[in-house]
Design a binder for this molecule. Structure first.
Ligand SMILES: C[S@@+](CC[C@H](N)C(=O)[O-])C[C@H]1O[C@@H](n2cnc3c(N)ncnc32)[C@H](O)[C@@H]1O
Length: 407
């Protein structure tokens, strides 16, 4: 099987493991049930199965991992015949036979899938189709492993069977996965989302969430959304209607929106004349014989672009690049502390790297938007609006949707 590494981990099989505390929270958030069969695809060292076995002692556990050295392989030997392990590809077409568990029969599944991209295979299309997820991205071949694993789990579950997952931030908050969230909330039933603190996994800074759902469309009309903080305390629950699942389901973002409901605010997008990325990639930037402003040139103390970044006027007049002009607000869009990298062009014309947005707003709103983005609530809004399992990044739509107090 061919796989590509994701941007968040250098491990080709996406082997970063859940800590046992998060495993315990995942299984305890799945409600009062007594499953007879529990499935764990991509079981790794078996943390999720071990947490489940503490609560559901009479169940039979089916674990699968492609890595023959995964510690879950030793569960049958250590814990007895109610633990069955299969070394192999959880996405293979004959997996149910190899595992000895029929499709549509498992009562419960728990899974922290690998966040990698598998080389597309024909069999993936029927996995997605069976689970009602073949339409959730424009191109089937772009389907990341986490969606294939969600689909494979849904195939194994019986009607109303429950699925407890640990999913990357994009699945819960990314615009790209709005169609997936809609399908999971309407064709199936999303019940609960718990945002996990960054750095919860060993070996990676990945941002992730617990997602609890059940198979088939019937179930509660509201999704309960919470956050687990660094000290292990769960926040109060926010209640989101199921039909709102296409929007973001991350607690930090939703809690902020609810807190702001009473103040009259304006969307940045409603006062925007244009919003674009700079033209120069990092490799082009190093070859340019004129200065190109990059995120490393910005920081909390930089309010105004230094004159040393002005482009020679003869070159600027040629009009071949997307350049920032006086009055434009420059907003870092990617990387660590990007939310602190906001400045304004006061004079000259400036070439900008593609890690920076050039935001041109109506002149009467310019000062308010700039002051807001430089303020600490503005920095928080930028940070909460960002996505990313590993590196944080801001999309054009997310920046347009930020609310500021207009005059
Ligand atoms: C993110 S780790 C999670 C491990 C464990 N479930 C946990 O929560 O700690 C993903 C696991 O999936 C396994 N894996 C990757 N691709 C797989 C595939 N195609 N079939 C089965 N297991 C796979 C990796 O070896 C790894 O153990």
């Amino acid at each position: 099987m061919q796989v590509q590494r994701s941007s968040i981990t250098s491990d080709i099989l996406g082997r970063y493991y859940t800590n046992s505390y998060v495993g315990a929270i995942l299984v305890s958030s799945m409600g009062a049930i007594s499953p007879e069969s529990v499935l764990d695809l991509g079981a790794g060292d078996g943390v999720l199965t071990a947490a489940a076995a503490k609560i559901w002692q009479d169940a039979t556990y089916y674990t699968v991992d492609i890595d023959e050295n995964a510690r879950s392989a030793s569960l049958p030997k250590l814990l007895g015949s109610s633990f069955r392990h299969h070394v192999g590809d959880a996405l293979s077409s004959a997996i149910e036979k190899e595992l000895g568990l029929n499709l549509g029969c498992a009562d419960l599944a728990i899974c922290n899938p690998p966040y990698i991209r598998h080389q597309w295979r024909k069999g993936f299309a029927s996995i997605l189709e069976d689970a009602g997820l073949s339409h959730v991205l424009p191109k089937l071949a772009d389907m990341p492993a986490e969606i294939l694993f969600i689909a494979q789990n849904l195939r194994f579950l019986r009607k109303h069977g429950r699925l407890g997952l640990i999913v990357p931030d994009g699945v819960i908050a990314g615009e790209r996965f709005a169609g997936l969230r809609n399908a999971l909330a309407t064709e199936h039933c999303i019940e609960r989302v718990i945002e996990l603190p960054r750095g919860i996994f060993r070996k990676t800074e990945a941002k992730a969430h617990i997602l609890v759902m059940s198979k088939s469309g019937e179930g509660p009309d509201e999704i309960l959304v919470q956050r687990l903080d660094e000290s292990g305390v769960l926040s109060p629950e926010l209640k989101i209607r199921r039909e709102q699942a296409t929007g973001r389901l991350d607690y930090s973002f939703l809690a902020r929106g609810m807190g702001n409901k009473r103040t009259k605010q304006t969307r940045i997008g409603d006062v925007t004349i244009s919003l674009s990325r700079g033209s120069f990639s990092s490799s082009q930037r190093t070859k340019c014989d004129f200065p190109v402003l990059h995120t490393t040139d910005l920081g909390p103390a930089v309010d105004v672009v230094s004159r040393k970044f002005c482009m020679p006027s003869a070159l600027a007049k040629q009009g071949q690049f997307n350049l920032a002009k006086p009055g434009d607000i420059l907003v870092g869009r990617v990387g660590r502390n990007f939310e602190e990298k906001v400045c304004i062009v006061k004079s000259g014309t400036v070439a900008v790297s593609d890690c920076i947005f050039i935001l041109r707003v109506a002149p009467e709103h310019r000062d308010s938007v700039f002051a807001y983005l430089k303020s600490s609530p503005g920095r928080e809004a930028l940070s909460f609006s960002s996505h990313g399992v590993g590196a944080k990044f801001l999309t054009i739509d997310a920046l347009r949707n930020i609310l500021f107090k207009s005059k």
